[in-house]
Design a protein around this ligand. Structure first.
Ligand SMILES: Cc1ncc(COP(=O)(O)O)c(C=O)c1O
Length: 458
């Protein structure tokens, strides 16, 4: 850190901040990128560089990076009732209004809403409720949880156990026992020669069934899935996938939990990813665009079946002993409610549907690039596959650090990309216009051209 001026924000950051999902040793050398402001979908760093962040921060800044109307709502909420809790029968208007609103827009009938602060907490709570449910049903041995390889469901100990990525678990002694993983539905990578998407989906559903039978259906409690798999690089499911998976889950009475943390609130061109793919989950976790990322808030929607189990457990144990100090925080809930109002007023879903063709066309056009093997997307989410050889789908050797190269050159071109393995994932702010999508694609093509030239020069 000697190369940073003493007491500069960069030196102070290195001296004081432990950054999530950041290479700690490398950070001592590189220091932070410090963001200082935003205009629309562009963020600005402390040197005045403006970046089009193609990932909307962490898949979340649906309305861009500043919003006067939400600021006013937060200010008023802080003046009126800046905090109160919802434990032990306490409540307040924003928590009630938001819960009611979420139930009214839920993709399938839902009974109650459990509010908390992050997507990880929503998933963590959902795991507890899965276990609570099967206990209530007198089946405590029904406890194992299945998620898909490559998925990301958050960073608490349980959410990381759901997260089927060894690199996220290494060094922590995780996952916990009883978390099982099934196939990632990656048709481009894993389909057999000539296998259609429907056939591939059937093979994955059969593999899930085989796993459930191997483990014993009486021990398998729930299946976790995000409609478009964010952790696998914004991967939409192959045709027929969720229909076939759900048939297996129903056959063995395995609960389905839909993680809508990324997909909820318009991302796939419908209010919920569940609607885009015909999913009928027992619980739905959501966060991020719920408050346009302007306040930390998440929600877990539970159906009547789960709620009946909670009731039964309260007869047995008393209170539902679960909750966080900031659950249903009135400022966050007020901002979330206003966010949902804004979505309705600006016709956000219609907007996503209107720009979806431009998104799919402009990014899909990159399939002709020598570095790009494929592009798949839906609504305003999708990803490209980076390959060394389009015919064989061979990857670039890890030692060449392809992801870091793409990231570095993209930033030089005023573009922030989310690179997940060999995929570049896109989830721009939902207010992005068709012109801005074209600008994104222009910057991306320039970036890929420069990366390609650099690789050829090696
Ligand atoms: C699909 C999915 N689930 C859960 C989470 C965790 O959410 P949070 O970071 O708010 O805890 C994320 C975060 O990116 C996510 O992408």
């Amino acid at each position: 850190m000697t190369h940073f001026t003493a007491n500069s924000p960069h030196a102070r950051d290195i001296a004081s901040v432990l950054h999530p999902q950041t290479h700690a040793r490398r950070h001592l050398e590189t220091g932070p990128t410090i963001m200082t402001g935003a205009e629309g979908i562009y963020v600005r760093d402390d040197s005045g560089n403006a970046f089009l962040d193609a990932g909307a921060g962490l898949w979340c800044a649906s309305l861009g990076y500043s919003n006067e109307r939400l600021a006013k709502v937060a200010y008023e909420a802080m003046r009126t009732l800046g905090y109160y809790q919802i434990f032990r029968h306490a409540s307040h208007g924003p928590a009630i209004d938001l819960s009611e609103k979420l139930l009214s827009i839920a993709p399938v009938p839902m009974s109650k809403v459990l509010l908390q602060c992050s997507g990880s907490e929503a998933n963590d709570s959902a795991v507890k409720l899965v276990w609570y449910h099967w206990h209530a049903q007198g089946r405590p041995e029904k406890r194992k949880i299945i998620s898909r390889r490559g998925s990301y469901h958050g960073s608490t100990c349980v959410a990381i156990s759901l997260t089927a990525k060894p690199e996220y678990q290494a060094g922590f002694g995780l996952p916990f026992d009883g978390f099982l993983y099934t196939d990632c539905p990656h048709h481009y990578r894993d389909a057999r020669p000539g296998e259609t998407e429907e056939q591939f989906s059937q093979r994955l559903a059969d593999a899930l069934e085989a796993l459930i039978l191997r483990e014993g259906p009486e021990t398998v409690a729930a299946f976790w899935c995000d409609p478009v798999q964010g952790g696998a690089g914004a991967l939409p499911p192959p045709r027929g996938y969720f229909r076939k998976i759900q048939a297996v889950l129903r056959k063995y009475d395995v609960l389905m939990v839909a993680d809508e943390v990324i997909c909820g609130f318009g991302r796939t061109g419908a209010m919920w990813g569940c609607q885009t793919y015909g999913m009928e989950p027992d619980m739905i976790s959501c966060a991020k665009a719920l408050s346009a990322a302007m306040q930390p808030i998440s929600a877990l929607l539970v159906n009547e079946r789960i709620f009946q189990s909670v009731l039964r457990q309260s007869d047995r144990y008393g209170a539902f002993i679960h909750g966080y100090t900031y659950a249903g925080h009135p400022v966050a809930a007020a901002v979330a409610l206003e966010t949902l109002r804004i979505y309705e007023e600006i016709g956000l879903i219609d907007h996503v549907k209107a720009v979806e063709p431009a998104f799919l066309r402009e990014l899909g056009a990159l399939r002709d690039h020598p570095l790009v093997g494929d592009f798949t997307g839906v609504g305003l989410i999708g990803g490209i596959e980076l390959v060394r050889d389009k015919a064989t789908k061979e990857n670039w050797p890890e030692a060449l650090g392809l992801g870091a190269r793409v990231d570095r050159i993209a930033r030089r071109n005023g573009l922030i990309l989310r690179i997940v393995g060999n995929r570049v994932a896109f989830s721009p702010p939902l207010i992005i216009t068709a012109d801005e999508i074209r600008e994104l694609a222009r910057r991306l093509r320039r970036t890929l051209d420069e990366v390609h030239a650099e690789l050829r020069a090696l």
